[in-house]
Design a protein around this ligand. Structure first.
Ligand code: ADP
Ligand code: AMP
Length: 214
């Protein structure tokens, strides 16, 4: 089962992707998490990616595509995966499609989590992230058991640099310009499924399960 999560920044892609990964036993692959891990470890890729991420811009395709293609070639992706944050541009989608074609494979579902822009700023300013294990929380909707501490690994939670309101506005513009066209792209391929992302995360997940099957 190969799945792509689509949606604005903060729509809940990561939240749902983790639940999909747990239920269906496929790896959750987030290009944003991979970049953040590189930033944390001070790698060359991290230094380069941070320049774009801090401005709310997309990291150039040259840095993103190879990283993703290498990741999905790993043994643990043999039976599928859920992609969160990739593709984000039509060229990224085309490269992925071509790479899969070459091995007689394809994406099964592109799930768009639909959340209006008005809800996004609140989602993002309340998001708290664990940079150690990738878990995400929301100070009102999904609070950790102990304030500021990750339930999963016990490390400190942070407000991501790119979740500050000014950067979020920029990221929303970038989403509408560069990523939203993927909705038509996957509609034309006949694999787009849309779920209402404004409801409780458990209800969003139920809609996802209705699509993917029990
Ligand atoms: P994305 O991966 O699309 O950027 P996240 O999954 O990190 O988004 O979710 C953004 C924020 O909104 C997080 O703080 C998350 O806990 C919260 N969130 C996710 N889904 C819901 C939901 N259905 N209702 C309310 N808050 C949610
Ligand atoms: P995310 O964690 O998915 O919200 O991504 C955070 C940031 O990482 C984005 O705003 C981009 O700067 C960068 N990023 C993540 N995935 C991609 C991608 N597929 N293409 C370009 N930039 C990306």
């Amino acid at each position: 089962m190969k799945i792509i999560m689509l949606g604005a920044p903060g729509a809940g892609k990561g939240t749902q992707a983790k639940m999909i990964a747990d239920k269906y036993g496929v790896p959750h692959i987030s290009t944003g998490d991979i970049f953040r891990a590189n930033i944390k470890n001070g790698t060359e890729l991290g230094v380069e990616a941070k320049k774009y991420m801090d401005q709310g811009l997309l990291v150039p395709d040259e840095l993103t595509v190879k990283l993703l293609l290498d990741r999905v070639a790993n043994e643990d992706c043999k039976n599928g995966y859920v992609l969160d944050g990739f593709p984000r541009t039509i060229p990224q989608a085309e490269v992925l499609e071509k790479a899969l074609n070459e091995i007689n494979d394809k994406i099964d579902y592109a799930i768009d989590i639909d959340v209006p822009d008005e809800n996004i700023i609140n989602r993002m300013s309340g998001r708290r992230a664990c940079l150690a294990c990738g878990a995400t929380y929301h100070i009102e909707h999904v609070p950790p058991k102990k304030e500021g501490i990750c339930d999963r690994c016990g490390k400190e939670l942070v407000l991501r640099d790119d979740d500050k309101p000014e950067t979020v506005k920029k990221r929303l513009n970038v989403y509408h310009e560069q990523t939203q066209p993927l909705i038509d792209f996957y509609t034309n391929k006949g694999i787009l499924k849309t779920v209402d992302g404004t409801v409780d995360m458990k209800d969003v997940f139920q809609s996802v399960v209705n699509i993917l099957g029990e």
